[in-house]
Ligand binder design. Structure first.
Ligand code: GLA
Length: 407
């Protein structure tokens, strides 16, 4: 009886009232914000403005360069897609200079490639970029999105008080449910109070949203990615229990392929996002990626960790006192573990580090170890893993399969 109870407890998960059946594994795709921001200047910068052409181009590359084959699916439009004022009928209007044929035509084109389309709004009176917010128009706006064929909504929290979030985000969620269209719901609910994690009602958030942005906006730098990993490391113990099929913590976009990350740091972002069971939304220029960047973004063994069907979020299990290196561990559905050994400091030579299985919370004496970036089986290891890490944000990522016969 006790055993049965424990088993049930182990599989119990805070379920979503959103009830859209989506995001059983973390969503994957592309989101324009980090790379293209609010660039609406198609006259002077046609190549980089946030036009239908840009989204279509990214959709085509996602489809035909292999990203879709490894799981990338959503093409997401962020802020600044609309006109500064609602139409005479009160409806939101897409900027005709950006979307000359309107959003439904873009949605059709994206759907015809077998992909999905996401859009952005804000619960407040205005979006962060100053465009009309959804307050007082929730049903109309959500119905409009559903009629356009939108598959995902990112809802922001600018221009309103965080005290309104507990009613606002669920109200939009309920309106989405009422459309009958399954729309993935991404909430920026925790973000605005992230320095006071205790105040954030994560259980409530998980009942309403498929994913939620926990902390600061990612910027195009290693410092930014490092800070986000640090924040998740500090808080993962509290947050991980809210993640699972249908619900995900969101550390923000992948910036691999942009200007800020070295080869090693790019591997580290990919590895850590997979450990965190994070949504994998690239914000980059798929037209200009180098082969090594594509290889990292399409590394199927790392993606398999992110997309593990059990959906148990990994946690930081060890950090040295000076915060120069740390280890993360994530339990996988098949009884194995994903492990990351990550070195942060920038002083000097590549050095060997040892993570014991005990530190990694893996109860075994021996295990098969596979390197998920070199794709090599390293053989059977006893007691732990020793790996050489170069400085400045590098990592090694392993799949560790305990050898059970000894127990
Ligand atoms: C906030 C969000 C970003 C982006 C911008 C748009 O900063 O956190 O992800 O959506 O607004 O203005």
């Amino acid at each position: 009886m006790i055993l049965l109870g424990l088993l049930l407890l182990g599989t119990l998960h805070i379920s979503t009232a959103l009830d859209n059946g989506l995001a059983r594994t973390p969503p994957m795709g592309w989101l324009n914000w980090e790379r293209y921001r609010c660039n609406t200047d198609c006259k002077n910068d046609p190549y980089n403005c946030i036009s239908a052409d840009l989204f279509l181009e990214m959709a085509k590359l996602m489809k035909y360069e292999g990203y879709a084959d490894v799981g990338y699916e959503y093409i997401n439009i962020d802020d600044c897609w609309m006109l500064r004022d609602r139409g005479a009928d009160g409806k939101l209007v897409s900027n005709p200079e950006l979307f000359p044929e309107g959003i439904p035509a873009l949605a059709d084109a994206i759907h015809s490639m077998g992909l999905k389309i996401g859009i952005y709004e804000d619960y407040g009176t205005k979006t962060c970029g100053g465009y009309p917010g959804t307050k007082d128009h929730i049903e109309d706006d959500v119905n409009l999105f559903a009629s356009w064929g939108i598959d995902s909504l990112k809802l922001d929290g600018c221009y309103c008080n965080a005290s309104e979030f507990s009613t606002g985000f669920p109200a939009v969620g309920a309106a989405l449910n009422a459309t009958g269209r399954p729309v993935l719901y991404s909430c920026e609910w925790p973000l605005y109070e992230y320095r006071e994690t205790d105040k954030i009602p994560y259980a409530e958030i998980a009942e309403t949203c498929n994913l939620w942005r926990n902390t600061e906006d990612v910027q195009d730098s290693w410092a930014s990615v490092e800070r986000i990993i640090e924040w998740f490391g500090d808080n993962a113990g509290n947050l991980a229990s809210y993640a699972g099929p249908g619900n995900w913590n969101d550390p923000d976009m992948l910036i691999i392929g942009d200007y800020g990350l070295s080869f090693e740091q790019s591997e580290t972002q990919m590895a850590m996002w997979a450990m965190m069971a994070a949504p994998l939304y690239m914000s980059n220029d798929l037209r200009t990626l180098r082969q090594w960047q594509k290889d990292i973004l399409m590394n199927q063994e790392v993606i398999a960790v992110d997309q593990d069907p059990m959906g148990k979020q990994g946690v930081r299990v060890y950090q040295d006192a000076k915060k120069k290196h740390e280890y993360w561990s994530r339990e996988l559905a098949d009884g194995s573990y994903a492990v990351v050994m990550y070195r942060r400091d920038s002083s000097g030579l590549p050095k060997p580090y040892t993570a014991t299985f005990k530190q990694l919370l893996i109860k075994t004496k021996t295990a098969h170890v596979r390197d998920l970036f070199t794709h090599l089986d390293l053989g059977v290891y006893t007691d732990g893993i020793t790996a050489t890490l170069p400085p400045s944000g590098s990592c090694k990522m392993f799949k560790v399969t305990p050898i059970k016969s000894q127990f």
